[in-house]
Structures are given as structure tokens and as C-alpha cells.
Design a protein around this ligand. Sequence first.
Ligand SMILES: NC(=O)c1ccc[n+]([C@@H]2O[C@H](COP(=O)([O-])OP(=O)(O)OC[C@H]3O[C@@H](n4cnc5c(N)ncnc54)[C@H](O)[C@@H]3O)[C@@H](O)[C@H]2O)c1
Length: 258
Amino acid sequence: MLDLTGKNALVTGIANNRSIAWGIAQQLHAAGANLGVTYLPDERGRMEKKVADLTEPLTPSLFLPCNVQDDEQVQATFEAVKQKWGKLDSLIHCLAFANRDDLTGNFSDTSREGFQTALEISAYSLVKLAQAAKPLMADGGSIVTLTYLGGVRVVPNYNVMGIAKAALEMNVRYLASELGPQKIRVNGVSAGPIRTLASSAVGGILDMIHHVEEVAPLRRTVTQLEVGNTAAFLCSDLSSGITGQIIYVDSGYEIMGM
Ligand SMILES: NC(=O)c1ccc[n+]([C@@H]2O[C@H](COP(=O)([O-])OP(=O)(O)OC[C@H]3O[C@@H](n4cnc5c(N)ncnc54)[C@H](O)[C@@H]3O)[C@@H](O)[C@H]2O)c1
């Protein structure tokens, strides 16, 4: 049975009730995990309020601002985890960002700044968070990130985010190799297209969703909760032999050639 009782799980990337991280947080909570939630702070405190209201029913015992571009905030987040929990069992990395202009049109027009921003927030952040989580996972742990097929194959308009996801997926393998001896497992979930705040910035996202509905073996897209189920499995002892993998939760779309 999937049981996360007694496990401390830190979830990043909840922005609203469409967020994949929200689906993951709900399934971790349902399996009995003790949750910590981080959010991307903004000047007016809107995100803080929105995410606090949304996650309240899951009774997170930690609720922290964490912009992954801000080293001090990352450090403060993991310091708070150490003080409150002593150890961390699971880390959910469920965030990404690229400038909207870079998610449509010609990939060759990507600016240096746009490339750096996408790679820093969407890929380097996993390294940064794993670095901070490692000392808190002395008894082992599980790190799970979210990726997309556009990091392996060309998907129109995904552009620079595809490069970021390719880097992210290699991060998974290098981190899994290094942290394995410490019993820390690192895996990625490659989700099919889902309408969210982040995906709405990708040109033609609705066409992508309709295409999956027509072509994928299951003839439908996936839900945030289905992605959450796989993330919960990867955080649980049921997946104790799995590390360095990218698991597709995409209604089978990835196997299709046409
Ligand atoms: N929606 C999809 O179709 C889909 C498919 C496959 C993978 N993914 C991946 O799932 C993850 C979550 O995206 P989503 O679709 O749920 O969208 P979302 O907009 O709900 O989540 C993206 C999150 O990233 C956070 N974020 C952005 N910049 C940040 C920063 N500097 N520091 C901290 N947090 C930051 C946002 O606050 C937001 O919570 C992303 O990695 C995305 O690439 C999404």
C-alpha cells in the first residue's frame, strides 16, 4: 500500500488550483505525508495569500517563500525545514519559467537573456534545491521533478523550454548517480500537456492538448491528480529500486510515431 505516513515532503510550484504541484500535494497528503509548501513571493503578497488559502485544507506544517533565483531564500527555506522537521524525505521540484516571447515563433530568435532565464529557473534550480536538500536527507530520500516530451523531441513553440527540459533530465541522471550511494533517489515525471498558468504561455497549447486527445493510446490527456499519483509513488518505498528515470504520465503519447 502506498503509505507516506511519517514522511516529510516539501512541495514547490503551487500557484493555483490548476498547478500540477497542487495535484501532487493533494495525493501526498492523501497518502499521509506531512507537507511543507513553498510559493513564489510577489511584492503585493497576492501569491502568498492565494497559495495559503488553497493549501490550508492540507494543513502544511511549513509555508515558506522561495524564489529559486534567490540563494538567500533557498537557504532560509531549507534552514526552516531543518529547524522544524530535522529531516526531509521528499522534495518535489515542480516549477519552470521562460519569457512568453520565447515560447512562440522561431527558436533561433531566442535571446541570450531569455535562454539564461529559462535554463536558470527551470533546470539549474533542481541542482540548487538538491544541494540544499542533501544534508537533510541523511536517512535517504526522494527528489521528483516535472518534465515534458519537448525536452526529448521537437514540439512546435516549446522552443527554449525544450532545451531547459533536456538539461533538467540530464540533471536527474547526474544527481541520481551522485546521490544514490546516500540512498537519495532522483526521478522525473514527464507529464502530457495540461492547461495551467505556465502551459498557457506556450503557443498553441490547446492544439497540443487536442492532438493528444486524438492520438494518444488512451485518447485523452492526463490530470494533475494522475501526475500526483505517480509522484507519490516515487516518494514512497514502493519505488525503492527506481532512480535516475523519467516516467511518462501522458496517456501513452510518447510511444507514438504518428
Ligand atoms: N502543464 C503542462 O502541460 C506540463 C507538462 C509537463 C511538465 N510540466 C511542468 O510542470 C511544472 C509545473 O508547471 P505547471 O504546468 O503546473 O504550471 P504552474 O504555472 O501552475 O506552475 C509553475 C510554477 O513555477 C513557479 N515558479 C516560476 N518561477 C519561479 C521561481 N523563480 N522560483 C520559484 N518558483 C517559480 C510558479 O510560481 C508556479 O507555481 C513545470 O516544470 C512544467 O514545465 C507542465
